[in-house]
Design a protein around this ligand. Structure first.
Ligand code: SF4
Length: 62
């Protein structure tokens, strides 16, 4: 599985980090989300977090 986050689209709302903390984390400057690879959540949880992203910045490849 691969997770890609478009940093241009990410607005740093924190939704993905809150919903799937094993797979998304804050960048070092705490402004953007980054993927944790390999991810530590169930696929559905990872997908749900991606769907919840308000700017659809997350792409999940199975
Ligand atoms: S949910 Fe989307 S906009 Fe919010 S921090 Fe995650 S990637 Fe960025």
């Amino acid at each position: 599985m691969n997770i890609k986050i478009d940093k241009e689209k990410c607005i740093g709302c924190g939704t993905c980090v809150a919903l799937a903390p094993g797979s998304y984390k804050w960048s070092e400057d705490n402004l953007k989300a980054e993927a944790i690879l390999p991810p530590g959540d169930e696929l559905q949880t990872i997908k749900d977090a991606a769907t919840a992203c308000p700017t659809l910045a997350i792409a999940v490849e199975e």
